[in-house]
Design a protein around this ligand. Structure first.
Ligand code: PLP
Length: 419
């Protein structure tokens, strides 16, 4: 039975049903991989009509599934975009070759020389480099905000940005890499509205939802304009691909598709197929990984060799961050940091003695990964900035996977004994 879009299925169901109709492919229960770079037309007139539909959105082929060349779009990409939009609760989605390809397309599409951008800090290193190293070469002014839960602070930083040029984008990542700092999404959206009313130009609010992924945080429902996710992480979920998605209103996503065509940063058919399949299980994988993370975090917090654990589930009751977390998140995620008493020697001793947990960067895969933040993910960050972000020489970042929690805790217990 083809999926009936009129039925209001929940996102967990849409993750399995949306985007692919077996009737379109000889009844195959799962979609074929369309390994082709170009598409054959029935006639010259049909080729013209398909191009008219793509470039103008008009004519007899408008709104019908038809393809020109795989850099523009292809069937596996269209299936994945339909499914991602359905899961995120958005009108439309665009899928790219990586999370950074997605974030870069937003910057190239929605910024012009003289514009300003306001972004949260901390933020993922690649996003930081895009806005602070690359965009200034194109005449873009960049301002940071440091407390995403404090309206007065955000308004003051936005005024600083507005003083330099029209504010086009407010880019947030919440929880942020690596400290799990939280930004109040609804507050940022309200401030964007205020700026729009005051200046006549409302900045777009872009939210990076990579850390919690679609089943633990729903930025579109909270009012963001563009919801960006590195699909490489929880959505892909097996540490075997790179991809990135953006969801939002159709009028904001469609220009990004044109930009993607120019940048050549579409996602290839096999990777789209893998992500489409992985999306079917992201809800249950997230649930299991988050349950495991809660147990591992509690074990580490109580261990005498551990100085502290930076885990969202431990945000102090009564704090502003806790209130925002309770309001906007449906789970605490499964990526967090812990800090050993001592320094690099102790952290290395722990990492070198782990037998089950793998030593690698990245996050959101089925397997548990650990890394020493100061010498890997934050190698290029100045020591003072690392310290300001709460990263010590004894800090280890963990991405907890879906193994049996007792095996994970057993591995940490035996490795901590060697420290
Ligand atoms: N956003 C966040 C929060 C990330 O952690 C990452 C990668 O680690 C990215 C974006 C970039 O994603 P990708 O590696 O798929 O380009």
């Amino acid at each position: 039975m083809p999926h009936d879009p009129a039925m209001q299925y929940r996102p967990e169901t849409l993750a399995i049903t949306s985007g692919y109709d077996p009737a379109s492919a000889s009844g195959a229960a799962k979609p074929p991989v369309y390994l082709t770079s170009t598409f054959v037309y029935e006639s010259a007139a049909q080729a013209r009509d398909i191009h008219e539909a793509y470039f103008r959105g008009t004519g007899p082929m408008a709104g019908k599934p038809a393809y020109i060349y795989s850099r523009l779009s292809h069937p596996n990409l269209a299936m994945l975009e339909t499914r991602l939009a359905a899961i995120d609760g958005a009108e439309r989605a665009a899928v790219f070759a990586s999370g950074m390809a997605a974030q870069s397309a937003i910057a190239f599409q929605y910024l012009r020389p003289g514009d300003s951008v306001l972004h949260c800090r901390p933020i993922y290193g690649g996003t930081d480099a895009l806005y602070n190293h690359l965009m200034p070469h194109f005449g873009v002014h960049v301002v940071q905000m440091f407390d995403g839960c404090d309206g007065d602070h955000i308004r003051a930083r936005a005024d600083l940005a507005l003083a330099q040029g029209p504010l086009s984008l407010i880019v947030i990542e919440t929880p942020a890499n690596p400290t799990a700092a939280i930004t109040d999404i609804a507050l940022v959206v309200a401030i964007a509205d205020e700026i729009g009313a005051r200046t006549g130009k409302r900045p777009l609010v872009v939210c990076d939802n990579t850390f919690l992924a679609p089943f633990a945080q729903r930025p579109i429902a909270l009012g963001v304009d563009l919801n960006m996710t590195s699909l490489t992480k929880y959505c892909g979920g097996h540490s075997d691909l790179l991809s990135g998605g953006i969801s939002g209103r159709a009028d904001l996503i469609e220009p990004l598709l044109q930009t993607r065509t120019m940048l050549g940063s579409h996602c290839d058919p096999f990777t789209c197929w893998l992500v489409l399949r992985s999306l079917e299980s992201v809800a249950v994988r997230s649930e299991r990984a988050m349950a495991n993370a809660a147990l591992v975090a509690a074990f580490l917090r109580d261990h005498p060799k551990v100085a502290g654990v930076t885990y969202l589930g431990f945000l102090p009751e009564g704090s502003v961050q806790r209130a925002v977390f309770d309001r906007q998140c449906q789970g605490a995620g499964s990526t967090f940091s812990f800090h050993l008493h001592g320094g690099q020697a102790e952290a290395f001793a722990l990492l070198d003695n782990l037998r089950l947990v793998k030593l690698a960067v990245s996050l959101g895969g089925s397997e548990t990964l650990a890394c020493h933040s100061a010498t890997t993910t934050h190698y290029n960050v100045a020591a003072a900035d690392r310290a300001a972000g709460g990263i010590t020489e004894g800090t280890i970042r963990l991405s907890v996977g879906i193994e049996h929690p007792d095996d994970l805790i057993g591995d940490f217990a035996q490795a901590l004994e060697q420290v």
